[in-house]
Design a binder for this molecule. Structure first.
Ligand SMILES: [Zn+2]
Length: 52
């Protein structure tokens, strides 16, 4: 699993997303997923891998 740092384009909430997918190959560098702050699906900008 890889951790990715993503940011909601609606409210700006940043969080980590753990996935087996390689998000660096996504078209437009964006992923459509649920935002807990917006409480709906929004576009999230992929900021890069989260190394920790
Ligand atoms: Zn949001």
């Amino acid at each position: 699993m890889t951790k990715w740092r993503v940011r909601c384009t609606e409210c700006g909430l940043e969080r980590d997303l753990e996935t087996g997918m390689d998000l660096s190959t996504l078209k437009g560098n964006r992923i459509y997923m649920y935002c807990p702050r917006c409480r709906r699906n929004t576009f999230h900008e992929i900021l890069g891998r989260s190394e920790d």
